[in-house]
Design a protein around this ligand. Sequence first.
Ligand code: SF4
Length: 74
Amino acid sequence: MSDEFAGFVKKAREILEGDSGLEDIEDYRELLCADCAFYHHGEEENEECGCFLLLKALLERNAFDLEKALRELE
Ligand code: SF4
């Protein structure tokens, strides 16, 4: 596995194994922003880029297969 998406992989695994949910904005931040070079935890928490909004919207609609994405990245 590449470390490029280590934050996404860690959070996705936790969600799929039932150790974490995908309920509040912090869960989405951990999943989608952890590997982003622009992310600084605790700063600019209200900033949401287009990629974040798109992936969040797809996840909320069950239109993003988290399990398949994790398989591809592991
Ligand atoms: S909202 Fe977008 S730009 Fe900001 S940290 Fe998350 S992925 Fe990066």
